[in-house]
Design a protein around this ligand. Structure first.
Ligand code: PLP
Length: 269
């Protein structure tokens, strides 16, 4: 079956024909690819075209597609009964490995999606600080939790507005929007909302803006400003390109989300 036929079938089933807003092409033009196979660094679409894969499933496939050791570990886990909905040795070994590689991490929670990770990090930050407001950057994407689907409003007041139909204005108003690579925009928001900002969430390398790297001193500045105002810094490394550098390890954010923890394969220890 051709890619066009699969796209047509998907369009009749999923909004926009995709299962994540970041896979939709409406905003940038083009058609979502229909990928059927991957091996190493390459993937093939339903029409037989071969591509070099720079996505790597947004991080987890660090070792490439169908890496034999990973396939063997998955097979072994499936044969051992698969998932149990209970704690098992695999997750304990994985968590120990992650903590060993990223010493800034004290405790972890494994979740099923980037949306859930970012949403949970915000809730922890609000609970820990007793504050309600959060700051995100214009162009930053952290999944589809209501409080993170917001856009900067017009005018100097920077009142945020819902970034999607269905997000309540009252929820959007709890999120302030700053400019990436502009520390003064953070300084202004923190000063205007002193003692009220629970968390600042940032993609350390802004992957969802077309891979914008932080200017020298930007992330260090965020660390300094948030520490001084009692705001928790959240690094959302959900889509950070693997060339980015181990930001969480070196800058010790208060909370971090990742799909490529410690740059280690998520297999057996
Ligand atoms: C930085 C970042 N955070 C969170 C998410 C949301 O992840 P998910 O689609 O697994 O909910 C994404 C998805 O692209 C992302 O790029």
């Amino acid at each position: 079956m051709t890619a066009a036929t699969w796209r047509e079938r998907a369009a009749g089933l999923f909004p926009g024909g995709v299962n994540s807003p970041v896979r939709a092409y409406r905003a940038v033009g083009g058609e979502p690819p229909i990928l059927v196979r991957g091996k190493g660094a390459e993937v093939w679409d339903a029409d037989g075209h071969r591509y070099l894969d720079y996505v790597g499933a947004f991080g987890p496939l660090l070792l490439g597609h169908a890496q034999p050791a990973v396939v063997a570990a998955i097979r072994e886990a499936a044969e051992a009964g698969g998932s149990f909905g209970a704690t098992g040795p695999g997750e304990v070994r994985l968590a120990e490995l992650i903590r060993e590689r990223m010493p800034s991490i004290e405790r972890l929670r494994f979740v099923n999606s980037g949306t859930e990770a970012a949403m949970s990090a915000l809730r922890v930050a609000r609970a820990a600080t007793g504050r309600e407001l959060v700051i995100k950057f214009d162009g930053g994407y952290h999944g589809h939790a209501d409080s993170l689907l917001v856009e900067a409003g017009s005018g100097a007041a920077t009142l945020s507005i819902p970034g999607s139909a269905g997000v309540a204005a009252a929820v959007a108003a709890q999120t302030l929007v700053a400019r990436y690579n502009d520390l003064s925009s953070i300084e202004r928001l923190l000063a205007a909302n002193e003692g009220k900002v629970a968390a600042l969430i940032v993609e350390p390398v802004a992957a969802n803006m077309g891979v914008v790297t932080p200017s020298p001193g930007f992330l260090e500045g965020l660390r300094r400003l948030t520490a001084a105002s009692g705001t928790l810094l959240i690094f959302d490394e959900g889509s950070a390109p693997t060339v980015a550098g181990p930001t969480s390890s070196t800058l010790s954010p208060r909370l971090a989300t990742s799909t490529r923890p410690g740059r280690s394969p998520a297999t057996r220890s």
